[in-house]
Design a protein around this ligand. Structure first.
Ligand code: FAD
Length: 411
């Protein structure tokens, strides 16, 4: 095994939480290493939404102008079609942020952008193809990570290890942190299908015939997601691709000239949806944030936003202490107490949405929009309120230049 290298902070996972945390700690002068098990950021679809609150952070970091030069689409409203009832859920045009839209951008572009800026700091290291396999302990305290690298096993010692390694986190498992699972009745099938200029643009979904189909505008194609009853994918495969294409056409007949693009089940990827949360996000020397601390459902497309907000809160609360090498477990607990409330609220809303999907699955015929939906979208201000909830989330974080400060209780 190579000689252990010492870092002040070792971040495991180069997703939205890990790369944002690495960037923020580096700009505050903390020696930080981010480990990512993949060779690059280019892999399966994991959400392309950059929310107004994240764009506001980019503004606060002075990166917004440059960031928006990357190819993206701007979504000022989110709507859906329930049966034949078209509705708008959220209207972002009135948000008190610099960007009054959700930017749709491939996640790898976002991660590439941020990691390139982070690399400009000499105290930042990003190691691709470095997979954390276990923690290193000294008595009860975590003092580093065991890593599989292209050159063989290695050890990275650090004052703090932050698990940002997503919903199958190795770090939370190695730290023996207790996970609370919430049952989820849905899975999602993801695939691409061509887009034409006159197609409707419905990020939230088309709800009909016992199904929900999400179509995210990615320019010349849709990133599509079909919500299905959990565990039903194998049965759909047995029924065959033709039946699958027919299902799509029932919900979105305008895809008629394109469903044949789906020639193989390899084009269709299953996401087993999870909703869970750690009881305690930390133990001495280790902290988990993002999906590693709380796996989010794709419902509402807010998981990336929450992961980034966790990273900002972590950097705000810990960067001074990390630089001075005096991180205590009490400080780690402050990160959890700051971020647990937004997580609980968001997961509760997602669980409610799952129940609504479950009711939809029970009716395989043409969907009738619930009267509550028809009424709600007519109430003045509802779309603005929803825009705030989706676009900014609960308790949005801001870049705090002064470092560690008092915990704010405002939601
Ligand atoms: C199919 C799908 C669609 C989604 N759609 C949306 C959406 O539209 N909008 C939205 O906001 N959210 C969406 N989500 C949720 C969103 O992707 C997550 O909530 C968000 O990515 C969490 O960010 P994270 O950084 O915590 O974890 P992740 O994005 O999961 O990143 C974890 C990173 O850690 C790396 N890693 C894992 N294990 C190790 C290890 N042992 N060593 C080193 N590296 C490791 C992984 O390769 C990965 O890069 C979607 C999720 C999925 C799966």
């Amino acid at each position: 095994m190579a000689n252990p290298t010492l870092q002040t902070c070792c971040v495991v996972g180069g997703g939205p939480a890990g790369v944002m945390l690495g960037y923020l700690l580096a700009r505050k002068g903390v020696a930080v290493t981010v480990l990512e098990k993949h060779r690059d950021f280019f892999r399966d679809f994991r959400g392309d939404t950059v929310h107004p609150s994240t764009l506001e952070l980019m503004y606060e970091l002075g990166l917004l102008e440059e960031f928006l030069r990357l190819p993206h689409q701007e979504l000022t409203k989110i709507g859906g079609i329930f049966g034949d009832f078209a509705f708008t859920v959220a209207d972002f045009r009135h948000l008190p942020t610099h960007c009054k839209f959700v930017a749709l951008m491939p996640q790898w572009d976002f991660l590439d952008f941020l990691s390139t800026r982070a690399r400009k700091f000499s105290n930042f290291d990003l190691h691709m193809q470095h997979e954390a396999v276990d923690l290193v302990r000294d008595g009860d305290r975590v003092v580093g990570v065991k890593v599989q690298t292209p050159d063989g096993p290695a050890e990275i010692r650090a004052d703090l290890v932050v698990g940002c390694d997503g919903r199958h986190s190795v770090i939370r498992k190695a730290a023996q942190l207790e996970l609370i699972e919430f049952g989820v009745p849905i899975d999602v099938l993801w695939f691409r299908i061509s887009r034409r200029g006159n197609d409707p643009e419905q990020l939230l979904g088309n709800f009909n015939y016992g199904r929900a189909l999400v179509l995210i505008n990615r320019g010349d194609y849709f990133q599509a997601g079909l919500l299905i009853r959990k565990g039903s994918f194998e049965g759909m495969k047995t029924a065959g691709l033709d039946a699958f294409r027919k299902t799509l056409l029932q919900i979105a007949p305008y895809l008629d000239d394109r469903v044949d693009e789906l020639k193989d089940w390899d084009h269709i990827k299953l996401l087993s949806v999870q909703l869970n949360r750690l009881r305690k996000w930390h133990s001495p020397g280790v902290l988990c944030i993002g999906d590693a601390a709380h796996a989010m459902s794709p419902a509402g497309g807010v998981g990336i936003n929450l992961a980034i907000q966790d990273a900002v809160a972590t950097a705000n609360l810990l960067s001074d202490a990390l630089r001075d090498r005096r991180v205590t477990e009490d400080l780690l607990a402050q990160v959890q107490s700051r971020r647990e409330f937004p997580t609980r609220v968001t997961q509760r809303v997602q669980a409610t949405a799952h129940k609504a999907f479950d009711r939809l699955f029970r009716n395989p015929g043409p969907a009738k929009p619930p009267w509550q939906l028809k009424l709600a979208v007519r109430i003045p201000g509802v779309q603005r309120l929803m825009a705030r909830a989706v676009g900014m989330g609960v308790r949005p974080e801001h870049i705090r230049e002064a470092g560690v400060g008092p915990i704010e209780n405002a939601a």
